[in-house]
Design a protein around this ligand. Structure first.
Ligand SMILES: [Zn+2]
Ligand SMILES: [Zn+2]
Length: 309
């Protein structure tokens, strides 16, 4: 067989390993080679060969994804390791996930320490094609032993953590392609049941609220925007910590803690910003304030910066 008679798949695979200069020469060989060289799948090959990435947004070209990945060498926004976890690997766990949701299985034991995971929530520790049931603690100690590889999937809160990238995947700091890939994996597990769908809705709400927190509770930008609201600080911190843990709901905003005991409805003059004690407060934007009050309710008064715009 002559070189130009190779099928497209092989040609793409070869061209995907070439540097820019060599690819230009490759394109000059004949029309068929030229077509291969300028096709988008070359970028898919390059993305995989150089970064191990196997996914992208369905709405974009592989070339766009490649360009964005080259700007992210430290895996700060795009994790290559999650690509090893495929729907096919997770599919057998869909049924297991149902039993976790329904608290039916009393024998959800950690594969390592054998303690029951029914309360703490079962994790899947995924490393290459190897999937083990582990409690969170055992997963962490195992990852230390194998030098940091692997994905930890916390089934009860639908979170995926990459030990190599050291962050939760598909979350607010990640690239949208990564979020899309993680969502697709979670769909595999949850699409079969109402409870699964409900968990996905809760997860979505958590992500939305974490984004709101990042953008609307940052002191400098909140102050710069003029009007702001006071939120009792212990309440705000518990709300945010729950979100980080994939949970929502902390009861109404506890602003009654900020009230002056001697003057009803007035802000206690002893209240201090950023104090980590009851009666301390943080400030948030009007948008976040309205969201919190509508979603969680309000106990106590509304205190604003008084700078009405
Ligand atoms: Zn990673
Ligand atoms: Zn364990």
């Amino acid at each position: 067989m002559r070189f130009h008679e190779l099928n497209n798949e092989l040609l793409i695979s070869i061209a995907g390993h070439l540097q820019d200069e060599d690819l230009k020469h490759f394109a000059l060989v004949c029309r068929k080679f030229a077509m291969v060289a300028c096709s988008d799948v070359i970028w898919k090959e390059r993305l995989y060969n150089q970064f191990g990435i196997t996914y992208k947004l369905p709405t974009e070209q592989w070339r766009d994804m490649y360009n964005r990945k080259t700007e992210d060498p430290a895996h700060a926004r795009i994790c290559p390791h999650i690509g090893y976890v495929t729907p096919k690997i997770l599919e057998p766990y869909a049924a297991k996930y149902q039993t976790i949701l329904n608290w039916l299985d009393k024998n959800l034991n950690c594969a390592t320490c054998r303690t029951n995971c029914a309360d703490s929530g079962l994790c899947l520790y995924i490393w290459k094609n190897n999937v083990r049931h582990r409690c969170k603690d055992c997963a962490y100690s195992f990852h230390k032993a194998v030098e940091g590889h692997g994905i930890l999937f916390r089934m009860n809160v639908l979170q995926m953590y990459c030990f190599d990238c050291k962050r939760l995947l598909g979350e607010t700091r990640g690239d949208s392609s990564e979020a899309h890939y993680v969502d697709m994996l979670l769909e595999t597990l949850t699409h079969d049941s109402e409870k699964g769908k409900e968990s996905m809705r809760k997860r979505e709400q958590c992500m939305k609220e974490r984004l709101l927190y990042a953008e609307h509770a940052d002191r400098a930008s909140v102050v710069a925007n003029g009007k702001y609201y006071f939120v009792e600080r212990v309440w705000l911190i518990s709300w945010f910590l729950r979100l980080c843990d994939g949970k929502i709901g902390v009861g109404p905003v506890a602003n009654d803690e900020l009230e002056d005991p001697n003057r009803e409805g007035k802000l206690n003059p002893n209240s201090r910003p950023r104090g980590n004690f009851k009666g301390g407060f943080s400030i948030v934007s009007p948008l976040l304030w309205n969201y919190l009050v509508e979603t969680y309710g309000l106990s106590g008064g509304t205190y604003t910066s008084g700078i009405l715009q």
